[in-house]
Write a protein that binds this ligand. Sequence first.
Ligand SMILES: *Cc1c(COP(=O)(O)O)cnc(C)c1O
Ligand code: SF4
Length: 446
Amino acid sequence: MDKLSLQPPGTNSSRTAQAPPRFQVYTQRNLDQIQQLQCLSEELRFDIRVVAQVLPFRVNQYVIDELIAWEDVPHDPIFRLVFPQREMLDPVHFSHIADLLRTKAEQSVLKSAAAEIHLELNPHPAGQTTQNVPRIGNEYLEGAQHKYRETLLFFPSQGQTCHSYCSFCFRWPQFVQNEAFRISSREVATLHEYLQSHTEVTDLLVTGGDPMVMSSARLGEYLKPLTAPAFAHLQTIRIGTKSLTFWPHRFVTDKDADDVLRLFDELVKAGKHLAVMAHFEHGREMENDLVHKAVRRIRDTGAIIRTQAPVLRNINDDPVVWAAMWQRQVQMGMIPYYMFVERDTGARRYFELPLVRAWEIYQQAIQRVSGLGRTARGPSMSANPGKVELQGVAHVRGERVFVLRFIQARNPEWVQQPFFAKYDPQATWLDQLRPAFGEEKFFFEE
Ligand SMILES: *Cc1c(COP(=O)(O)O)cnc(C)c1O
Ligand code: SF4
């Protein structure tokens, strides 16, 4: 089918348009208005509607018109990246919600059924709400995590949404409108106070949602004061974003796009290393003039773009896809940084891969690229004790073992010490691994 002919009346294609089009955003509430969906089978549409009751769903017209290859749906990787899929829910959960929809249950009934399912999806992996929240005196600094000595992770309250949602995202609880699940911060001042008194922090990592949904003025309120001498210890500011995929207009045609770039410029001129941590799951996300323009404009400010993504079954579980993506990124002047393992939360059942498979994909992808593409580390699990990388499979004294290391750890002394787990072809996460060589515990559990 021709994707241009499928555009809803009255919308513009950004392919040719220079002015920023006010693209429509769709959620589970106005799902039926997505014209392209009308061409899909009724069954597929129903599946989407069921899963969207439970898992967050949001997609904009740009992704629909420019990124998804509708002729390849339902196999298209970008479609699977943003649209809910039946297999993302446990079959029992799926039929429960499906029955409620078929019998036209009240919204409140649907909502509480969804809320019950949420609790079974491990909404807070790796101790996010309990163990990592920093304190000023006896007060908690809401909307922040200080897990690794050098780096403060910060979630500005106005950056708690994204231009579209990724179906794999471990931040899904923040998007399902249950206040109790949210991590966010209202306080610019407390962030600055905390940073000022914690001179061990060299890196601020601003994350979300997607902080680039904020206006440049708002972003500036958080970031500009950090150029003052009191924050000289803060060398690096990272902004985690998927806007290069979901809304490259942010850096090109949005009405404050130039202000965003000026802010970046100012931070760089003040001596900060500014890193845009861009998420790309697939090379397809980078094949668009607007993305190239956005990358060019960001790089012109002196900011560095580093890239990261999880390895996901059904989307990018192929070394060829990763190698092509890394090569393209290097060519465009971006630096591959992390390959993550899909976290143990949310729709993991659809995305997760055995660790050994993730490692094979990493190894085979790395083998295909030059040294400039080999800056990506992984596959890495962001687990409770730290970021653990599976380095490979080895035979030691007749035993087949996984070789692991901490890339990052709660206790800095754990970093870069090789350790060993029993080979397990099915294991998908750190907590399923057992120490090798008959040991009782891993060294970091003592
Ligand atoms: C990944 C992560 C960081 C950043 O770690 P780097 O190794 O510096 O990239 C910081 N805080 C948290 C909680 C993280 O998960
Ligand atoms: S853009 Fe980032 S935070 Fe938002 S849904 Fe995707 S991965 Fe999650």
